[in-house]
Design a protein around this ligand. Structure first.
Ligand SMILES: Nc1ncnc2c1ncn2[C@@H]1O[C@H](COP(=O)(O)OP(=O)(O)OP(=O)(O)O)[C@@H](O)[C@H]1O
Ligand code: SF4
Ligand SMILES: [Mg+2]
Length: 352
């Protein structure tokens, strides 16, 4: 199968200045507002952010899977082309073959009217019509076995409603793996699952990556998921990237107050009787994003009056970090400030 044809030293996938707007009756939703991130061969990139921060919209834009009501600008570079300017035919050839997406909702992503094995075989046949139905069906059974579905030959003949939530998620992963993609994008692949199955699905994704050498983009609201799987992390807030860096940089030395807040709301296995902090307030509506830094109404470090409420902070390199960037006017000052119990709560509404 052809590879993405990446030149040495270039990312496999590069999203640059992605802007997605939905024109609704209530106003213009700026779902992605200048999002940029890169994915290098064989790496796992975690995209983290609260609900509504633009994670799914950004992922769907890569394969131009948004509804026609979306206005999309920017660049998505893959295999020497800009996917946002590619023809429908070029996109069809890439989707499910070179870049595969595991959708946030596995039940709606599987066709209820077709047997699970048939759907996986069809994914192979769409891209490789030289493969016979017999071989494609055989491969589908193999794939279901690979993702840990017991008695895969019998299960392949069943319909999606006959699968549990965890099994549907595995079937989606099997379908995404069907053509050994260069990039696998998994949108909240574990959210709907119980904790034990979540851990199994994450192990499976790590295993898939090792086996196929594909890059994995893992979208989640859960830093715990990222900590166990990702090499690099991209943190999103209100349609923008607010911080990115290696998993160690971002988790051990977060440079953006939002990242610090998310980390403080994450349970730590080693600590008993810990008090979990919640970032106060809610993420903003993307129709009416606060001026300046969109996080300022919730930020315990916000300086208002001052630039926080008036000037949009650009992504800047974090000092001495070798690649970590954060969009905060005071990144340099905050880089080593731990968020202590109470800090985030105490700052509720600061500057709002
Ligand atoms: N078809 C659409 N029409 C209008 N607005 C939309 C549409 N799809 C998404 N949005 C809006 O775009 C914003 C970003 O949504 P998105 O689904 O990307 O968030 P998310 O980060 O994936 O959240 P979650 O963690 O809940 O999945 C939200 O404000 C959402 O309401
Ligand atoms: S720019 Fe200001 S409001 Fe925004 S994260 Fe930094 S300190 Fe907080
Ligand atoms: Mg989503």
């Amino acid at each position: 199968m052809p590879s993405a044809g990446t030149a040495a030293g270039e990312p496999l996938l590069a999203v640059e200045d992605l802007r997605v707007q939905f024109h609704t009756d209530d106003g213009v939703v700026k779902a992605a507002d200048g999002v940029s991130f890169s994915v290098w061969p064989n790496e796992v990139v975690g995209i983290v952010g609260e609900s509504g921060s633009g994670k799914t919209v950004s992922a769907l834009s890569v394969l131009r899977l948004l509804p026609p009501t979306a206005t999309v600008t920017g660049t998505v570079r893959f295999g020497g082309r800009n996917l946002l300017a590619a023809s429908r035919q070029e996109l069809r050839a890439i989707r499910g073959d070179r870049i595969a997406l595991i959708f946030q909702d596995a039940l709606t992503a599987l066709n209820p009217l077709h047997r699970v094995g048939h759907q996986i075989a069809e994914m192979i046949r769409i891209h490789h019509d030289e493969t016979s139905w017999k071989d494609a069906n055989q491969r589908a059974v193999e794939l279901l076995g690979l993702v840990g579905i017991p008695t895969p030959a019998a299960r392949a003949r069943q319909f999606p409603y006959e699968f549990s939530g965890g099994m549907r998620q595995r079937a989606m992963i099997a379908m995404a793996m069907a053509n050994d993609p260069d990039v696998l994008i998994a949108d909240e692949p574990t959210t709907a699952l119980d904790v034990t199955i979540q851990a199994q699905v994450l192990e499976l994704l790590k295993d898939v990556r090792r086996r196929t050498n594909s890059a994995l983009v893992l979208i989640t609201h859960d830093f715990g998921v990222v900590a166990g799987v990702a090499d690099r992390v991209v943190v999103m807030y209100a349609g923008k990237v607010v911080e990115s860096g290696t998993v160690d940089q971002v988790l051990l030395h977060p440079a953006h107050p939002y990242t610090k807040g998310l980390l403080d709301s994450m349970p730590r296995l080693e600590e008993e009787n810990q008090r979990l902090l919640r970032i106060p307030g809610q993420p903003p509506s993307l129709i009416d994003v606060p001026p300046g830094c969109a996080f300022h109404p919730r930020c315990p470090f916000a300086r208002t009056p001052g630039p926080c409420a008036t000037a949009v902070p650009e992504l800047r390199s974090v000092q001495d970090s070798n690649g970590q960037v954060a969009a905060c006017h005071f990144t340099g000052e905050l880089a080593d400030v731990p968020v202590q119990a109470g800090d985030v709560q105490a700052g509720a509404g600061a500057g709002a």
